[in-house]
Design a protein around this ligand. Structure first.
Ligand code: Z5A
Length: 210
């Protein structure tokens, strides 16, 4: 399938503002009259949303071994790519995804400590040709992110309940991934107010859309 659209992903630790910024970007892009497809991971399809529930909220997920966890994230992604992302890119749409394969590298690779080459292989199988054109890494001090999440209220999901060390490894992992692929990644300071972050996001997206 030919690829005429553009694929943009948001990554970063929890509370870094990915969902907020993805929504703002989608709204701004739609104002330009483009077709924009907004989606998220895990989830974004009926199959993926069932997997999301298992991974995050269903108590059955408490028994998941880390290998199965990694493959379930990949399974949700494989479905999303074929059902939503590749068809949208083929139509010329801009696809905006809240988390994608770099989350598996950061959380399961660096966080859980799996061999990165193995995680890269699983990711490559799951995404096929759907490599993002631009990945916006919203980098934020972990404690600031935790404070934002606490301020939002609600109960913590299975991943959020992981120890601080796990989240610190994940964040360091993101920084390593950004350094590994500097052409695709852009690291943005997520500590600013939402308007300032949105402007930084827009500058990067405008560059990719031309
Ligand atoms: N995971 C994985 O392990 N492997 C994988 O392959 C994938 C995912 C795909 C998904 O969680 C979990 O699965 C995630 C990684 C793991 N676990 N963790 N931890 P999710 O999708 O449910 O949640 P999340 O991705 O972690 O995002 P989040 O926690 O919802 O945070 P966010 O999207 O980055 O932030 P937000 O919702 O936009 O904002 C959070 C709060 O901060 C909210 O009250 C906002 O109003 C506020 N906010 C946002 N921006 C600002 C600024 N600039 N200033 C002040 N306050 C702000």
């Amino acid at each position: 399938m030919s690829r005429r659209g553009r694929f943009i992903t948001f990554e970063g630790p929890e509370g870094s503002g990915k969902t907020t910024q993805a929504a703002r970007l989608v709204a701004r892009l739609r104002e330009t009259g483009r077709e924009v497809v907004a989606t998220r991971e895990p989830g974004g399809t009926a199959v993926g949303e069932r997997i999301r529930h298992l991974l995050q909220h269903d108590e059955t997920g408490d028994g998941l071994v880390p290998e199965a966890e990694a493959l379930l994230f990949a399974a949700s992604r494989a479905q999303l790519v074929r059902e939503v992302i590749l068809p949208a890119l083929g139509r010329g749409a801009v696809v905006v995804c809240d988390r994608f394969h770099d989350s598996t590298a950061a959380y399961q690779g660096f966080g859980r400590g799996f061999d990165l080459a193995a995680v890269d292989a699983v990711n490559a199988f799951a995404i096929g040709p759907a490599v993002p054109d631009l990945t916006l890494f919203l980098d934020l001090d972990l404690d600031l992110g935790f404070a934002r999440m606490a301020g939002r209220g609600g109960s913590a999901d299975r991943m959020e309940r992981e120890a601080r060390d796990f989240h610190a490894r994940t964040q360091a992992g993101y920084r390593a991934l950004a350094a590994r692929e500097p052409d695709r990644f852009r690291t943005l300071d997520a500590a600013g107010d939402p308007d300032a972050v949105a402007e930084a996001v827009w500058r990067e997206v405008a560059r990719v859309l031309g």
